[in-house]
Every structure is written in C-alpha cells, then in structure tokens.
Ligand binder design. Structure first.
Ligand SMILES: Cc1cc2nc3c(=O)[nH]c(=O)nc-3n(C[C@H](O)[C@H](O)[C@H](O)COP(=O)(O)OP(=O)(O)OC[C@H]3O[C@@H](n4cnc5c(N)ncnc54)[C@H](O)[C@@H]3O)c2cc1C
Length: 246
C-alpha cells in the first residue's frame, strides 16, 4: 500500500477562503492532521450527493507550526476541481483531506543550505512553506527564491516576500521573473528564466546552493531544471515537484 493509500481521510473545515491573486485563492483549513514537514502536500477529496467524488493533490503553503493548513489553488478554467474553490466553496464548508504526504520534496531547518528555491505560478506553495519555516528557525542559512509568474499581480505572497527581504537583506534574496509584465524592482527579471539568467542570479547571490527545489507546471519545471543544470548546478542537489499541465 502506498503512503497516500495508507493515510486515513479526515474531515476538514474551510476557515477562510479569499483570492490572493487574480487566479489564485488561499484556503485556510482546520483539520486534525499530523504536523507536516515543509514541502509536503495533502490530497483533497470532494464528494457530490450522488456519490461521485474527485480528488487532487495540493501542497501545503503554511509553515509546519501554523494552526491551520493553508492551500493555494490556481483556477484552471477547464478544470474539474480547482474552479470549485473559486466559484462554490465558502467558509464553513467541509471536505475530506488526507496527509501530510510526500517524503522527497521536503526541507527541514536542520537540512541547512544555502537554499535555492525556484517557483512557477502556484508552484510557490511548498516553497512558501519552506521560506516560512526557514524564517521561524531564524533564517540562519542563505536563501534565494526565484519566482516566476505572468505579472507582478500574479505573484502570490509578494508583500510577505518583499517584507522578509527588507527584514533580512543579508540572508534572503527574492527575485521576481515576470513573463508578461515589466520588472518591478531593481534586480527583478522581465522574461522567462533561462540558463544564462540562472547563472547570473547565482553570481549575484554569491552562494553555491546545497539544496535546490523547483516547483510548478511540467513545462516550467523542465525548463528551470534544464537551465539549472546548464548553469552548473549539480543534478544531485536538485529536487522537483510537477503540478501537471503542459
Ligand atoms: C504533489 C502536487 C501538489 C500540487 N499542489 C498544487 C497547489 O498547491 N496548487 C495548485 O493550484 N495546484 C496544485 N497541484 C495541481 C492539482 O493537483 C490539480 O492538478 C490542479 O488543481 C488541476 O485540477 P483540476 O481538477 O482543476 O483540473 P483537471 O480537470 O485535472 O485538468 C484540466 C486540464 O488542465 C490541465 N492541467 C492540469 N494541471 C495543470 C497545471 N498545473 N497547469 C496547467 N494545466 C494543467 C490538464 O492537463 C487538463 O487538460 C498539485 C499537484 C501535485 C501532483
């Protein structure tokens, strides 16, 4: 039996649900789950009255210590499950949840760094859990987050990330790469990530990453991982999580 199949389903209650970008909602859930490790995910099951049910995986974006599980869900217009969270779900609703799941794409403060996190779109979710856990543990190792979205407005948690950089400029570097919008701050990129940019960013950061986590759609993860390898990041340091899609 796989880890997921062995994990029991629990009832979870939506405590808060709100848009955080034009295409992403944040869902705060109360659920009796074990404490997660940053990077893990849960399975969500929605059931209709006629017995039909659908389940999908969502990464945990909240810090492991947080009282609620935060998920961030991007709306895919043709999707079956994600539009439900944008159009139907409300605070007070219940759904089923199992987890926390996943033992490969995880980081604990004792794993150390330097830590390079590369996110595309909603792929920020597990990396945000790592950033939050890193911050709570004192942020003692260098961390660079490179986060790509179409525009600045589509970057989830941009305010929190900017604030963190202002608080810990020596340890935390946050670089936004917007593919359909001009760079907003000095040092941000206004285009897709490629090997040359990843190499430049590493030079600017001045660190050799010990752990690298890349998360997003299939296409994003492939391009970013290829770029990292071409920028001489050792394959053994890179861990990836793919959300599907093209
Ligand atoms: C471990 C794991 C963690 C995940 N965490 C998150 C998360 O934190 N937030 C989040 O929003 N999603 C996350 N996903 C993706 C999520 O599980 C669903 O696949 C996603 O919400 C689409 O489900 P849906 O029912 O709306 O679409 P579906 O009905 O399953 O698919 C509709 C169409 O969209 C395409 N599609 C599916 N996924 C994507 C994608 N990522 N990008 C572009 N097209 C796609 C499909 O190929 C299909 O053509 C995660 C996936 C995995 C495996």
């Amino acid at each position: 039996m796989s880890g997921a199949a062995a994990s029991p389903w629990h009832e979870a209650r939506i405590e808060r649900i709100a848009p955080i970008t034009p295409r992403i909602v944040s869902v705060m859930l109360a659920a009796p789950l074990a404490r997660p490790v940053a990077g893990q995910h849960v399975d969500v099951k929605l059931s209709a009255e006629d017995g039909y049910s659908a389940q999908r995986s969502y990464s945990i974006a909240s810090a492991p210590s947080a009282p609620h599980i935060e998920l961030i869900i991007e709306k895919l217009d043709e999707g079956e499950v994600s539009p439900y969270f944008h159009e139907v779900a409300q605070a007070g609703d219940t759904l089923e949840l199992r987890g926390p799941l996943g033992g490969h794409f995880i980081w604990r403060p004792q794993d150390g760094g330097p830590l390079l996190l590369v996110a595309g779109g909603s792929g920020i979710a597990p990396l945000m859990a790592m950033v939050r856990d890193w911050r709570e543990a004192g942020g003692t190792t260098p961390l660079m987050l490179v986060y790509s979205a179409r525009t600045w407005a589509e970057l989830a948690f941009a305010d929190e990330l900017e604030q963190l950089q202002a608080q810990m400029p020596q340890r935390f570097l946050f670089v936004a790469a917007t593919t359909r919008g001009a760079p907003r701050r000095e040092g941000d990129l206004g285009r897709r990530l490629d090997a040359v940019q990843l190499q430049d960013l590493q030079a600017r950061w001045g660190q050799v990453p010990r752990h690298v986590f890349v998360c997003g759609s299939n296409r994003f993860v492939e391009a970013a991982a290829d770029g990292l390898l071409a920028a001489n990041v050792p394959a053994g340091a890179i861990r990836t999580e793919r959300y599907g899609g093209a």
